[in-house]
Design a protein around this ligand. Structure first.
Ligand SMILES: [Zn+2]
Ligand SMILES: [Zn+2]
Length: 356
């Protein structure tokens, strides 16, 4: 992407992989809300940039220092290999890693380089990854083994939406079984929040989305109730007049975050899962936190090391508790990536994939 709103396929110069890196032949890349922010020009990211960070592929070459992988292994890309040494990493919050956050903002890999260029000009990497390509060079630690039996086109969703959405419930909120939940936004991440709530033993899950097909999908995946945004007040009151125990904002816009906090009961918790546009600001009533003792918190990438969380998700897939296949939407070849992004912006009920 040289400028927001248009993608093109070009041949890039790729640096020789380092001993701690692997080459992954990409099979499927999901279009995530983060990519859409960049595509719409809502974030200030350097260009030209290779977008895409939710991907799955097959290892094509392995650096000498990467012991855990072999050529031919199916892998899910993690966009948070994390430095392992900063305060956040040492406190067990690798997705909140400081150097990683810097790298993502600057469009590089962890460590500051991109390894990509075009006619001598640096080409940047979306979300420290740049997965929308035929081949991607990433740190070995960013390529996580996929269990056998999971189709590659299903597994792409594990790389961001599933880790983020399920982790928001299981690792960030950590609710007691029998809780009530509100999920604002039933796109890719929202559907996994719904599933996470079901897996965590929710008594009731209300999914809110303007798109009817997404509401129907949420009801199939574990939501007990679903409504359009305009019916939210009535739907929450029907569930519990005091509000829900946990409200998840899978959209991340200031308006939806305020709704999440508003419909959280006194003493309950609202969790921001989606990412806002750059510069977004929240207008809050402090009495929600004092007089009503509500908690407002946030989560990134499931609040867990992806290398730990992914095997747990694969266990849930194997036991049938976590559904992937029905969440996959239409697929587009790499040279139609623009169509894929437009389909995603248009409210496709399933995750839109690019299949390089
Ligand atoms: Zn993502
Ligand atoms: Zn770190």
């Amino acid at each position: 992407m040289r400028e927001p709103g248009r993608l093109e396929v070009v041949e890039l110069d790729v640096e020789e992989p380092r001993p701690d890196e692997v080459v992954v032949r990409m099979d499927a890349v999901g279009v995530c809300g983060t990519d859409l922010h960049s595509y719409k020009g809502e974030w200030n990211r350097p260009t030209p940039i290779v977008l895409g960070h939710e991907g799955v592929g097959v290892v094509a070459a392995v650096g000498d220092d990467v012991a855990a992988l072999a050529v031919g292994d199916a892998v899910v890309l993690s966009w948070a290999p994390s430095c392992g040494e900063c305060g956040a990493c040492r406190r067990g919050r690798p997705a909140a890693c400081g150097p990683l956050s810097t790298a993502i903002g600057r469009g590089t890999l962890l460590g500051g380089r991109t390894g990509l260029s075009l006619d001598g000009e640096v080409v940047y990497r979306g979300t420290a990854t740049g997965a929308l390509a035929e081949h991607v060079v990433v740190a070995g630690a960013a390529a996580l083994p996929l269990a056998e039996g999971v189709p590659l086109e299903h597994a792409a969703l594990l790389g961001c939406a599933a880790l983020t959405g399920v982790g928001a419930v299981l690792n960030a909120a950590r609710p007691e079984p029998g809780f009530t939940a509100l999920v604002l936004g039933a796109g890719g991440v929202g559907q996994f929040v719904v599933q996470g709530a079901r897996i965590a033993g929710a008594a009731a899950v209300l999914a809110v989305d303007p798109v009817e097909l997404r509401r129907e999908q949420a009801l199939r995946l574990g939501a007990t109730h679903a409504c359009a945004p305009e019916d939210l007040r009535e739907a929450v009151r029907e569930l519990d007049a005091e509000g829900v125990d946990y409200a998840f904002d899978a959209v991340g816009a200031p308006e939806t975050t305020k709704l999440a906090l508003r419909w959280t009961r006194g003493g309950g918790t609202a969790v921001v899962v989606g990412l806002p546009a750059a510069g977004a600001r929240l207008d809050l009533d402090p009495l929600d936190f004092t007089n009503r003792e509500k908690t407002l918190t946030g989560t990134i990438y499931g609040s867990e090391d992806p290398a730990v969380a992914l095997p747990q998700l694969l266990g849930l897939v194997a036991s049938g508790e976590l559904e992937l296949g029905s969440l996959v939407g239409p697929s587009f070849p790499l040279d139609r990536a623009d169509d894929a992004f437009r389909a995603s912006l248009g409210g496709e009920p399933g995750r839109v994939l690019v299949r390089p």
